[in-house]
Design a protein around this ligand. Structure first.
Ligand code: PLP
Length: 393
């Protein structure tokens, strides 16, 4: 019999009932160190007092009005994002995949308005992930996500990761945009080298193509800059965000330059819940906290510490791990034994990690994890790796 919850997830047998910072408490009382942060969502950990305060204060005042009216909390957050990024304008969504939908629509409308309605193709990359909506799965294109769901939304050209020849061959007159994650998350923590991002920007400028960055997972301070593309010193035309911006409350956004957004006039897009007062009150507090130089400096310091400790872990378990990769507090352990076994053994040692593609264990902890918690995490991962090796022998 089908369970009451549609069985689209293989869930671990864990039921958490409370969260405190980097810790999750199971219903049986066990405390788990959370290096997954709800898949890079709980940027400030669980039940952060400032976020609880922002949410409850807003909850006591007003929950929902609709985008028929001005929403002060939404305006505040949009102003902060515009001030701190390349963007001139922001549309709020409730998730990453909704941000993908709008990014695709915006790019196509841009070329339509410019008199090039044929420039509908969007170049994307193998191993990418842009969400589970029809545009999201068509954009990523992987068989696992698309099989059986056809006909797929047309207009996506998929290029193997790192294949320059295939990439240049894909750039035809019908291409209107390139969509890429600066650091692939689901694909296995694969950072795009800064030189490549710069090269993409130059090519887009030369050919009149829009550069869309998906920073749903790698954005909001995760790599040690507010947004990952800042490391390469280039700016996108359109950027999708979600996850960390809401700190655990559903919130996403599309950020764009005035030029890229030129086609999005009144009536061309909308959302009932996007940018609602509750989400934006929390988002504004997350933004205020994360978009702060001292906070980001700490993320970078801790990222260095974690990376160093993980290198040590790899050296101590050469049969289990191959290498460490990633950026900031978005790190991956490329495994030799199945990554799923390491994640599962982590449960037994009360440390939560997240599997990713390419046999990688993902470490995406809250950005405010403490040094002591990092040390404790490594000690638990060390014990888990020892057991995985033993079981494999
Ligand atoms: C890079 C990227 N884009 C888009 C999405 C989709 O976001 P959501 O699950 O909020 O729809 C994700 C989710 O994992 C993601 O990692």
């Amino acid at each position: 019999m089908i369970p009451s919850i549609l069985p689209t997830y293989n869930r671990a047998p864990l039921s958490f009932v409370k969260g405190e910072g980097t810790w999750l408490i199971e219903q049986d009382g066990r405390r788990f160190l959370d290096l997954g942060a709800g898949i890079a969502v709980n940027a400030l950990g669980h039940a952060h007092p400032a976020l609880v305060e922002a949410l409850t204060t807003q909850a006591q005042a007003l929950w929902h009005t609709s985008n028929l009216y001005d929403i002060p909390a939404q305006r505040k957050l949009a102003d902060a994002l515009v001030e701190k990024t390349f963007a001139d304008t922001v549309f709020f969504t409730n998730s990453g995949t909704e941000s993908c939908e709008l990014a695709v629509k915006m790019a196509r409308k841009y070329h339509y308005e410019k008199g090039s309605p044929d420039r509908t193709d969007i170049v994307t990359f193998e191993g990418s992930f842009h969400g589970r909506s029809s545009a999201g799965i068509a954009a990523a294109g992987g068989e696992k996500m698309t099989k059986g769901f056809g006909p797929l939304l047309p207009g996506f050209v998929h290029v193997p990761w790192g294949d320059h020849e295939a990439f240049h061959a894909a750039i035809t007159d019908t291409v209107g945009a390139i969509l890429i994650e600066p650091v692939q998350g689901e694909g296995g923590i694969r950072p795009l080298p800064d030189q490549c991002l710069k090269g993409l920007r130059d090519l887009c400028d030369e050919k009149g193509i829009l550069l869309i960055l998906d920073e749903v997972q790698c954005g909001m301070g995760r790599t040690g800059k507010l947004f990952a593309h800042e490391w390469a010193g280039v700016e996108p035309d359109i950027m999708m965000i979600a996850k960390g911006i809401g700190g655990g409350f559903p919130l996403g956004a599309v950020l764009a330059t005035e030029d890229a957004a030129r086609g999005m006039t009144a009536g061309t897009h909308g959302s009932t819940y996007g940018g609602n007062p509750l989400a934006c009150a929390v988002g504004a507090k997350v933004m205020e906290t994360v978009a702060d130089d001292a906070f980001l400096a700490e993320v970078n310091r801790k990222a260095g510490l974690l990376r160093q400790k993980l290198e040590g872990l790899v050296a101590a378990h050469p049969d289990v791990f191959d290498h460490v990769r990633g950026s900031g507090l978005m790190l991956g352990l490329k495994c030799k034994l199945p990554a799923a076994d390491v994640v599962k053994e982590g449960y037994a040692h009360q440390v939560l990690t997240v599997p990713a593609g390419d046999n990688v264990v993902r470490l995406i902890p809250p950005l405010n994890i403490t040094d002591e918690e990092l040390a404790e995490a490594i000690s638990r991962l060390d014990a888990a790796a020892t057991q995985v090796k033993r079981d494999a022998a």
